[in-house]
Design a protein around this ligand. Structure first.
Ligand SMILES: NC(=O)c1ccc[n+]([C@@H]2O[C@H](COP(=O)([O-])OP(=O)(O)OC[C@H]3O[C@@H](n4cnc5c(N)ncnc54)[C@H](OP(=O)(O)O)[C@@H]3O)[C@@H](O)[C@H]2O)c1
Length: 299
């Protein structure tokens, strides 16, 4: 099976500016893809934190929220890595506050939340996107590998949510928390033991926080992307055989493209999802269906 081209539409990472131009076109021509034309999806005046916005999916997600009207807080461990994205968001007519954040450092989390509140006076939306991965056979995983992945993806997600909920969302009786999961929230893959454990944990954490904070008007959902080409997994996409194998198992026959997450993140951040909480929304071209086909018997 031929893999539908990654180039079609927009390419990951390196072509973000092309994707942006294309999107701007889409958003202005004949109302096509103009999510802001529907007030249910309008994020004007909202403030959204997107963690891990120095590259990859964090930028795709932040861009979609900004296009729907939100002002952003964007974070990275390296402030210099946020400057280009900050400019891009400002060119869209939105504000972007770059803040330093290491989700493995509790003090750093508390400072980021304090600084965001001091600047904007509120936080309506949190996208818990910062994350990492180490791909290794289970027998080679070290104690430190395990701690790195679980501390970043699971503990970090929890304590960023807690810091933002306590300072901003519980007092305001309003909030939209979107934890970034993965297809590994619902499926296991060889070589990804700690990562799958962290993402399964994020799915369960999402349900627990939804129950804890629903009373405060906060929804907590998990947005689970399938396979998108980013810096985190670039090396996989250099292997043509693997890409073919991957695409064959994806019902929609291609990996994710940058704009594939736009609708889902805006939906979960907006009034359109007001009565939805504790859920995991997979945006994965269908790979979580299992997608292993049986041979059809010939008559
Ligand atoms: N790519 C995919 O196919 C895919 C699929 C499903 C889920 N995901 C998840 O989606 C998220 C983004 O993935 P990606 O592919 O865009 O990854 P990426 O290109 O490696 O980017 C990861 C982001 O997380 C930040 N980060 C990493 N460790 C951090 C820490 N200790 N503290 C604060 N920020 C940290 C990085 O920021 P700095 O290095 O600048 O600090 C960077 O902005 C991750 O959680 C990933 O697991 C990815």
């Amino acid at each position: 099976m031929v893999c539908a081209s990654l180039q079609e539409g927009s390419r990951p990472d390196e072509s973000d500016s092309d994707a942006m131009k294309k999107n701007q076109k889409c958003n202005t021509q004949n109302g096509e893809r103009n999510i802001m034309s529907n007030p249910l999806f309008d994020l004007s005046g909202k403030v959204a934190i997107v963690t891990g916005a120095s590259r990859g999916l964090g930028q795709y997600l932040g861009r979609a929220l900004a296009k729907a009207g939100a002002n952003l807080v964007i974070t990275s461990r390296k402030m210099a890595d946020l400057s280009a994205f900050r400019k891009e968001i400002e060119q869209l007519g939105r504000k972007a506050l770059p803040l330093s954040l290491d989700v493995r450092d509790h003090d750093s989390i508390l400072k980021m939340a304090d600084d965001a509140m001091a600047h904007y006076g509120k936080i309506d939306i949190l996208v818990n996107n910062a994350g990492c991965n180490v791909r290794k056979p289970a027998v080679e995983v070290t104690w430190d590998d395990w701690n790195l992945i679980l501390d970043t993806n699971l503990r970090g997600t929890f304590f960023v949510a807690q810091a933002v909920a306590v300072r901003a969302m519980i007092p305001a009786k309003y909030g939209r928390i979107i934890n970034i999961g993965s297809v590994t929230c619902v499926a296991g893959y060889a070589g990804l033991g700690p990562y799958c454990a962290s993402r399964g944990g994020v799915k369960q954490l999402t349900m627990s926080l939804a129950d804890d904070w629903g009373v405060h008007g906060i929804t907590v959902n998990c947005l689970a992307p399938g396979w998108f080409k980013t810096a985190q997994n670039k090396v996989l996409y250099e292997n043509e055989e693997w890409v073919k194998y991957l695409c064959d198992r994806i019902p929609l026959k291609r990996p994710g493209k940058p704009n594939d997450l736009d609708g889902a993140v805006v939906f979960l951040a907006s009034d359109a999802s007001e009565y939805i909480t504790g859920q995991t929304l997979l945006v994965d071209g269908g790979i979580s269906t299992g997608a292993t086909r049986a041979t059809v018997a010939k008559k």
